[in-house]
Design a protein around this ligand. Structure first.
Ligand SMILES: Nc1ncnc2c1ncn2[C@@H]1O[C@H](COP(=O)(O)OP(=O)(O)OP(=O)(O)O)[C@@H](O)[C@H]1O
Length: 329
């Protein structure tokens, strides 16, 4: 399959701030590629470099076998993260306006239907809810029926039902052969839609692969979370490894203990253990590793590597972690 997006060693700094530090990726025709990563990792900068709205300091970017600034705009759809169309045009007028910019656009009413806004077609953009506005913006990126579509956080602010409408839309586009590069903070969205996911951290892609492979390689084991104020020492005799939840995973305010490498059939053993020792708990929840675990693991490893690099004189301490994290790439 031919690469529709190809980035090699892209670097971009804004003054002292390094936004991209050697980002490389390749997206094949018809693929949905999910770009994930912490705030400030460089995702929007990468999308901008790939769509010709920012010039990288070095490295090369090609889309649709052309340079991002020279590519045929009729073949490209872009939903930027920040997009503010004129407020005093209706949803339908806005889509008609954007459709008018292309040689062979789609029917704006069909696009309105695609994004689930038939009933709001005559409402001024400024009177739509935030989620409806975002859906109009998604629609504006589709009016030219693009071969390649960049969506930078398309579902931010959209309610769960509307999010599913957009997800189905993206799935239909992908089924029709559209190549999609999707930036998101929603791991469920990435896991559901993306054929491959790239984790951007500290300006470079530290891991790339199909979500299930990333989960297998970096997600860790299944876990049973016990919401309890008890100390981990109370679990010392349990036959499974026990520790605290990862950063960002704790839901209870009282604290929790995580029992690892445990299958659902063995949960009863833990319940018996807790009851035999009068350890109080409020809830048990079992989960398989998912993309969020990969994210937390690799983003943490990269952040730690960066801290080590800043703290060490020769800068070498963090590199091995980064290299290890990137083995899946
Ligand atoms: N125009 C700009 N001028 C100065 N700094 C910028 C500019 N654009 C981005 N940056 C900086 O570059 C870094 C990467 O930003 P970018 O917006 O690409 O990250 P991101 O991964 O998209 O973040 P988020 O998830 O918050 O949208 C950040 O430190 C940001 O402050």
């Amino acid at each position: 399959m031919e690469a529709v997006v190809e980035a090699t060693d892209l670097e971009k700094a804004y003054g002292e701030t390094v936004a991209l530090s050697g980002a490389s990726l390749s997206v094949q025709g018809g693929e949905v590629f999910g770009l994930i990563g912490p705030n400030g990792a460089g995702k929007t900068t990468l999308v901008r470099a790939l769509t010709g709205t920012t010039d990288p300091d070095s490295g090369t970017a090609r889309i649709l076998d052309d340079s991002p600034t020279a590519v045929d705009r009729d073949r490209l759809g872009v939903l930027p993260q920040e997009f503010s169309p004129p407020g005093r045009l209706s949803a339908r007028e806005l889509l008609s306006y954007y459709a008018g910019l292309y040689d062979d656009p789609r029917d704006p009413d069909a696009v309105l239907a695609d994004v689930g806004l038939v009933d709001a077609g005559d409402t001024w953009y400024e009177d739509l809810s935030g989620g409806q506005q975002r859906r109009v913006c998604v629609g504006s990126a589709l009016v030219n029926d693009p071969d390649l579509l960049f969506l930078d956080e398309p579902t931010t602010g959209i309610d769960p039902a509307g999010r599913r409408t957009v997800w189905r839309l993206i799935e239909d586009l992908a089924a029709g052969g559209t190549t999609v590069v999707l930036t998101t903070h929603d791991m469920a969205e990435a896991e559901r839609l993306a054929d491959r996911v790239g984790l951007l951290a500290d300006g470079s892609l530290v891991a790339q692969g199909p979500p299930e492979r990333l989960v297998r390689d970096h997600g860790g084991s299944s876990r049973l979370t016990v919401e309890t104020a008890a100390d981990p020492a109370a679990f010392a005799d349990l036959e499974y490894p026990v520790d605290r939840p990862e950063r960002g995973r704790r839901r209870s305010t009282d604290g929790a203990i995580v029992v690892r490498d445990i299958e659902p059939a063995a949960i009863g053993t833990v319940v018996d253990y807790l009851e035999a020792r009068d350890v109080e708990y409020t809830q048990l929840s079992w989960a398989e590793p998912d993309l969020e675990d990969v994210y937390l693991e690799l983003a943490d490893a990269t952040e730690q590597a960066r801290t080590d690099r800043l703290e060490s004189d020769d800068g070498g301490a963090g590199e091995s972690d980064l290299a290890r994290a990137g083995e899946t790439a």
